[in-house]
Design a protein around this ligand. Structure first.
Ligand code: HEC
Length: 118
């Protein structure tokens, strides 16, 4: 009887703990933004810290749709975008994982310009 009880107690604890573990794995939108921002350090020389590029021939990324950004990065990685300045992007995109692309797309689609004088 006490064996059954301890099994019940064990199951109870496991069931109770499971949602907590799942919750601990989830990241907040703020954390997701910060992860993307860190990964974007290499991109900002061309696309700007806030995703607004300082060069006429380099596109702005700020506020762009996430799915579009991911699709564009995949296309560079797979050498499907090859026109014009695409060669500049291919070298960067080929090192990105799917997770990197999601993080970067999250960052650039959510970033805002903080100082409007710049
Ligand atoms: C050396 C400068 C440079 C760097 C560094 C760079 N890019 Fe780019 N990026 C460009 C240029 C130039 C284009 C336009 C290429 C073309 O004509 O297809 C572009 C295009 C893009 C596009 C497509 C935009 C659109 O509207 O279709 C995305 C998305 C992008 N870059 C993301 C990134 C990310 C993410 C990083 C960092 C991992 C990065 N870029 C690093 C120069 C750069």
């Amino acid at each position: 009887m006490s064996f059954i009880l301890s099994i019940k107690r064990f199951l109870f604890v496991v069931l109770l703990a499971t949602p907590l573990v799942a919750f601990a794995d989830e990241i907040t939108p703020e954390q997701q933004f910060e992860i993307g921002k860190q990964k974007a350090l290499v991109c900002v020389t061309c696309h700007g810290v806030d995703g607004i590029s300082a060069t006429e021939t380099y596109p702005n990324l700020q506020g762009q749709k996430q799915q579009y950004l991911i699709a564009a990065l995949k296309a560079y990685k797979q050498n499907q975008r090859i026109d014009g300045l695409a060669i500049l992007m291919q070298g960067y995109a080929k090192h990105l994982s799917d997770q990197d692309m999601r993080d970067l797309a999250y960052y650039f689609s959510h970033v805002k310009t903080e100082n409007h004088d710049q």
